[in-house]
Write a protein that binds this ligand. Structure first.
Ligand code: BDR
Ligand code: CA
Length: 311
């Protein structure tokens, strides 16, 4: 059983990834940190709470993460991609809980699970980065990270050259790359090419989420279609690091020296890796990058997990 702590900014693809994680019998979600990114922090927390209520999982602790990047700049949400409140056409009910600041409570959970935990990040790396600054000893006990982020020598999404999760807080990303042990990065190089088609979306059937699954994916697809009219489905970036937890054999991983640009301007958030085919001295941290994914069983597996009925 994979025990995971998820950092996310739901967000449509974050929501699909969370539903997948709860449906997969080999994954146990021990906690969720929701922070700014695709939407603001308040809506991100609210979306997680709403999802947990639909899934009947309100016992899973939710933590309110960062409200903005380490630089303090104003966060920029993405309503055209993820909807005004981060969940496509939906406006989840508000609760007082959405406003509660409880990040400190996360420490107990990290202490309890650290040795057996995989941290999966689906958004900006701000909250995780802060943990490395404040709790370096505790964080040194965590030895597995799956991170959705980066674009290595391929076009970005939020800018021509940068991927949104890294661009959103490049300083935090550098901190995480420097201090986290055993990172596997899942960049746009693969996530941009793995689609949920409308036909597949129609077949997903998760108890409790029947009313939201298709509408949010349809909303997401409409955005991608408005950008690329003949696209066959929508990429679901955040699902990929989650799927890799229990299907590692589908992925080709390579060790690379990772560089991240934090300059202001067009270079901000560029990720690059030393892919030269000979040994170089490591001036930057080395991490695993997923460079290929074998798609043979993707649809079959997704349908299997996303139509599973509770025992
Ligand atoms: C990432 O940015 C967000 O829009 C998605 O949720 C995903 O985490 C892709 O670049
Ligand atoms: Ca995300």
């Amino acid at each position: 059983m994979k025990k995971i702590l998820v950092f996310c900014d739901p967000g449509i693809d974050d929501t699909i990834a969370l539903i997948y994680a709860f449906q997969n019998p080999e994954i146990e979600v021990v906690g969720i940190v929701a922070e700014y990114g695709n939407t603001n922090r308040r809506f991100a927390v609210r979306n997680v709470q709403y999802l947990l209520s639909l899934l009947g999982k309100t016992d899973v602790p939710v933590f309110s993460g960062a409200e903005r990047a380490l630089s303090g700049e104003e966060p920029v949400a993405h309503p055209t991609i993820h909807g005004d409140f981060g969940l496509g056409p939906f406006t989840p009910p508000d609760t007082d809980e959405s406003l509660r600041e409880n990040f400190c409570d996360l420490i107990q959970l990290l202490e309890r699970y650290s040795d057996e935990l995989t941290i999966v990040t689906l958004g900006r790396l701000t909250s995780l980065g802060m943990l490395f600054l404040l709790y370096p000893n505790l964080m040194s006990r965590i030895t597995n990270y799956h991170i959705m982020g980066g674009a290595f020598f391929v076009p970005g999404n939020v800018t021509p050259v940068a991927e949104a999760n890294i661009y959103g807080d490049p300083t935090a990303a550098l901190i995480v790359m420097k201090f986290a042990k055993n990172i596997t990065l899942f960049p746009l190089n693969i996530t941009d090419h793995i689609y949920i088609t409308p036909e597949l979306a129609e077949q997903l059937d998760v108890v409790g989420c029947e009313g939201i699954l298709y509408p949010i994916l349809d909303f997401y697809y409409s955005f991608y279609q408005s950008q690329i009219p003949d696209i066959e489905g929508s990429p679901v970036h955040d699902l990929i690091p989650m799927i890799a937890l229990t299907n590692p054999e589908w992925f080709t991983l390579k060790n690379y020296l990772i560089y991240i640009q934090k300059e202001v301007g067009i270079a901000r958030g560029i990720t690059s890796a030393d892919m030269r085919p000979y040994e170089t001295l490591p001036p930057a941290p080395i991490h695993k990058v997923a460079t290929k994914m074998n798609m043979t069983h993707f649809e079959e597996h997704l349908l299997d997990i996303m139509t599973r009925k509770p025992d």
